[in-house]
Design a protein around this ligand. Structure first.
Ligand code: UGA
Length: 406
């Protein structure tokens, strides 16, 4: 079993891993510099709400050029729009400081919660560079770092632009699979098909494969939506509105899935949740992380509050402060309908309904029989992650609903 990030940092800090705030000195000393800063969706000016905000990447490039210290390979690790390397190159070369810089694209494919495993045994490492002698040498230099633990045939090299675009495309394809299976989940609910059975059946076709076919309340996280918005922005920029519309639909389906979940809750509860208590189990965008950025729980909770429901939220890792900041509610009368619990059992006590919004393992192990005794009747459970066996819950006396299940 590989070690987690915490243990790795503990084992290597002060040996071959150092943290420093002396930026210029470290730039001067380095042969290879990885730019790994945030590239959020721009929230101002031209391209707001779609384009990537590249100001942090640009300021890294400026600082590298200002600090000098010799020739360097500058690696784009951040997720960036295709052709960003051109901007980094222009900034570095524009400094005219007599040093040579080679920009290399090396996008990151690890996922939150499994970062060290993904890093240790990646499906592939992608390195893109300029197709010149110095460009090839820079790519080789970066590849040699990974060659310490990754097999050669998993390290692939491309030109700069293919590498940059591959990152956005990988995330768009992954998100597209989720939107596709979620679209089918809506049809399953109407036809008595079971989305998990459909996913299993299609996933055994080796051309389709079994991964990323878990129907849910929708994808979240800091990457998928941001990267697809970025992709659609690029397509429009390059005069390809049909391509932009195609990928935009992946996001629209994701929005629809979240709203559909809320609508199903309302339908099941006589079209009103005003004055009713709803236990929210899980707020993180997926299990094993305390990250709630773009979590589907955000819009679902906001909608439930809009419908005048009272929410009791429990998440094993996301803090109350983080949840409040994600929900961003200033109206005191709405905030009064929001409470936080220390355990799942506490959140469910005196509730009319339970909504499971993150697939935390501990929610599979709860004593739902005991929990039912503490709830109002009829007790509803809405499993937004298809974590539980609905038949068993129904036998206990719940009115139980999953995603893509009749
Ligand atoms: C994603 C990609 O999986 C990584 O390869 C990529 O490096 C990363 O973005 C990034 O660009 O930095 P991450 O967002 O951490 O990683 O998490 P995922 O495991 O991809 O999950 C994303 C969302 O999709 C979660 O909300 C998850 O619950 C949802 N999901 C995932 C489903 O609803 N169904 C699935 O079958 C899989």
């Amino acid at each position: 079993m590989s070690l987690g990030l915490h243990e790795i940092v503990e084992n290597t800090r002060g040996k071959n891993l150092f943290f420093s705030t002396d930026i210029d000195q470290n730039i001067q000393d380095a042969d290879v510099i990885f730019i790994s800063v945030n590239t959020p969706t721009k929230d101002y000016g031209s391209g707001a709400g779609q384009a990537a905000d590249l100001r942090f990447v640009e300021s890294c490039a400026r600082r590298i050029a200002e600090a000098g210290g010799g020739d360097k390979v500058v690696v784009e690790k951040s997720t960036v729009p295709v052709r960003t390397a051109q901007m980094v190159n222009e900034v570095l070369k524009g400094a005219n400081n007599g040093f040579n810089y080679q920009v290399v694209s090396n996008p990151e494919f690890l996922a939150e919660g499994t970062a060290m495993v993904d890093l240790e045994s990646p499906d592939r490492v992608l390195i893109g560079g300029e197709k010149t002698d110095t460009g090839n040498a820079a790519v080789k230099k970066v590849a040699s770092i990974y060659a310490n633990w990754v097999e050669d045939d998993r390290i692939i090299t491309t030109n700069l632009w293919s590498s940059e675009l591959s990152k956005l495309t990988a995330n768009a394809f992954l998100a597209q699979r989720i939107s596709s299976i979620n679209a089918i989940s809506a049809l399953c609910e109407e036809t008595e098909a079971d989305v998990d059975e459909v996913a299993k059946a299609i996933g055994m076709d080796t051309r389709i494969g079994p991964k990323f076919l878990k129907s849910s309340i929708g994808f979240g996280g800091s990457c998928f939506q941001k990267d697809i918005l970025n992709l659609t922005y690029l397509c429009r920029h390059f005069g390809l509105p049909e391509v932009a519309g195609y990928w935009q639909q992946v996001i629209s389906m994701n929005e629809y899935q979240k709203e559909r979940f809320v609508q199903r809750m309302l339908d099941a509860m006589h079209n009103t949740i005003s004055g009713k208590q709803i236990a929210i189990l899980g707020f993180a965008f997926k299990k094993d992380t305390n990250d709630a950025r773009e979590s589907p729980a955000i819009s679902i909770c906001k909608r439930l509050l809009e419908e005048k429901g009272s929410l009791k939220i429990y998440d094993p890792q996301v803090s109350k402060e983080s949840i409040l900041s994600c929900l961003d509610i200033s109206d005191e009368s709405v905030l009064a309908r929001l409470t936080f619990s220390e355990s799942a059992e506490q959140a469910c006590s005196s509730a009319h309904a339970i909504a499971i919004l993150t697939e935390w393992d501990e929610f599979k192990e709860l004593d739902y029989k005991k929990i039912l005794d503490t709830m109002y009747r009829p007790a509803h459970i809405f499993d937004g992650r298809n974590l539980l066996v609905l038949e068993k819950l129904r036998e206990l006396g719940y009115r139980a609903f999953g995603i893509g299940k009749a």
